[in-house]
Write a protein of this length. Structure first.
Length: 149
């Protein structure tokens, strides 16, 4: 084989070799769900980029869930996350695709009518100082102090 042909072959092989995928990022989600202004739930969830999260809250013996959630997070640039969000409540549902930064809280209006379905969503990296501070705050409130997260 000629030297030039060998260089071309090696270049092609290097491009065709699959690159190792980035490790998934562990994430914390805090949501608040409201239907026509009435609080339906405040789920707190742990997940990972690249893995879909499905949650359903159903009261004992209830035929229909209070709510259903599906979150599909993925990384989106430095410190950012893309998120597909599906929410279903009795009588209404909504979908949003959004981009959030670590620690960002976003208020969303979903559903067919204004004020019908409101979602407040916060996302944080689990291994971040901000998440650790939030968990410390939640722990101290759990020991007799008042307030809500």
């Amino acid at each position: 084989m000629r030297p030039l042909a060998l260089i071309c072959l090696l270049s092609f092989t290097a491009c065709a070799t699959p690159q190792p995928s980035a490790p998934s990022e562990r994430l914390y989600f805090a949501l608040e769900l409201r239907h026509d202004g009435r609080l339906v739930g405040r789920p707190k969830l742990l997940g990972e980029t690249g893995k879909r999260i499905r949650v359903e809250k159903r009261g004992p013996g209830a035929a229909q869930p209070d709510y259903e959630l599906a979150l599909a997070p993925s990384e989106s640039g430095p410190g950012g996350f893309a998120l597909d969000l599906d929410v279903a409540l009795p009588g209404t549902e909504g979908h949003s695709t959004l981009h959030l930064l670590h620690g960002e809280e976003r208020k969303l209006e979903l559903g067919k009518h204004p004020g019908e379905l409101q979602v407040v969503l916060l996302v944080m990296k689990v291994d971040s100082p901000e998440f650790q501070a939030l968990m410390s705050l939640a722990g101290s409130r759990g020991r007799g102090q008042t307030g809500s997260i």
